[in-house]
Design a protein around this ligand. Structure first.
Ligand SMILES: Cc1cc2nc3c(=O)[nH]c(=O)nc-3n(C[C@H](O)[C@H](O)[C@H](O)COP(=O)(O)OP(=O)(O)OC[C@H]3O[C@@H](n4cnc5c(N)ncnc54)[C@H](O)[C@@H]3O)c2cc1C
Length: 309
């Protein structure tokens, strides 16, 4: 049985940074990745020093070259199941049923963003339809911005967007959801609330031009942000019975440790801000603690095996 020091599931910024730290600490690391990193629809990444506007695919490509330098093995396979056996070894199963074994395990599988079921969203997502103003607000600053919020409350996002543009409207697609104090605050911030049922987003080549309502009227826009929740990209953390927040994020301690000994979660999957730099930092933190734990265990084993002096 080949025993890895650590198996990392998920090769986005969190998993890749953990792989670099562990690989350069001379640990034997196996990384699984299915290539569905969360910002793959984005035209350019922001908020990561020295990498402003980089194509996310290029960011991943550069990062993968770095992990190979430190001997990390990468498998482009999906992990379908993982458990811990009686010897405290993690047993990880890929989609073909092959088993892999490790002392420690890091889940860095990220989140997925369900798009509203409205014509136009899929085509325009990442080009003129976004959900994070910190990621995509700069390019559309001072333009006509909208917030689509049918299933979730878009109040906070609408108020926040006023930092990027004076022209903000919110669309609730047939739902009347705002409390009186929210309506007052939206009005005070000059944010139009439009409750008309939406037919579709219209535009050209992924660039939104307007929202068309079911009654035939429309509203001109340059960009549309939305809130529609998110979900874990895979249920590995749940199979280990990890504690989850109300929003469905894994709860860890400050070192990314879960309640299961040797199991860590980093990146968007756990409860913190959704930024590449945060995910990468969490991956690094987890890796340092994993490395320290492994070294301590080796040291203890040496002590146990040592002949009394
Ligand atoms: C449209 C968009 C634009 C964004 N723009 C920015 C930006 O400009 N700046 C910024 O800082 N942040 C941005 N973000 C947020 C950023 O994408 C995330 O914070 C970041 O990707 C989180 O990294 P992660 O490693 O936790 O997860 P991810 O990057 O999502 O990576 C998770 C990886 O795990 C893999 N995986 C999942 N399940 C399995 C499995 N069972 N087996 C094997 N592999 C698996 C996936 O294929 C994926 O590659 C954006 C997000 C979106 C949606």
């Amino acid at each position: 049985m080949e025993l890895f020091d650590c198996i990392i599931v998920g090769g986005g910024p969190a998993g890749l940074n953990a792989a670099v730290v562990l690989g350069s600490s001379q640990r034997k690391v196996l990384l699984f990745d299915t290539g569905q990193y969360r910002n793959r629809y984005s035209h350019g990444m922001h908020n990561y020093l020295t990498r402003d506007c980089i194509d996310p695919a290029e960011f991943i490509e550069i990062s993968q070259k770095e992990i190979f330098k430190y001997g990390v093995q990468l498998l482009h396979k999906k992990v379908v199941n993982a458990r811990k056996n009686e010897e405290e070894v993690f047993v990880v199963k890929d989609e073909e049923g092959t088993l892999y074994y490790s002392k420690k395990m890091l889940i860095a599988t990220g989140l997925t963003d369900p798009l509203p079921q409205v014509e136009g969203f899929e085509e325009m997502y990442g080009k003129s339809v976004f959900h994070c103003p910190y990621c995509d607000g700069w390019e559309v600053r001072n333009k006509r911005l909208g917030v689509y919020a049918k299933n979730k409350n878009g109040f906070d996002l609408a108020i926040s967007l006023k930092g990027w543009s004076a022209h903000v409207a919110i669309f609730t697609d047939g739902v009347k959801k705002f409390k009186p104090h929210e309506k007052e605050e939206l009005a005070a911030n000059d944010i139009a609330v439009i409750t008309l049922p939406v037919l579709k987003l219209a535009g050209d080549d992924g660039m939104i031009e307007k929202i068309i309502f079911r009654d035939g009227t429309d509203y001109l826009l340059d960009a549309l942000f939305f809130v529609n929740g998110f979900a874990q990209q895979c249920d590995l953390a749940e199979t280990f019975d990890c504690e989850m927040s109300k929003q469905g994020k894994v709860l860890t301690n400050q070192y990314q440790q879960t309640k299961t000994r040797g199991l860590y979660v980093a990146g968007d999957a756990d409860k913190d801000m959704h930024f590449v730099v945060v995910a990468a930092a969490e991956g690094a933190k987890a890796a340092v603690i994993i490395n320290k734990e492994i070294q301590k265990e080796i040291s203890k084993q040496r002590l146990a095996n040592a002949k009394p002096v």
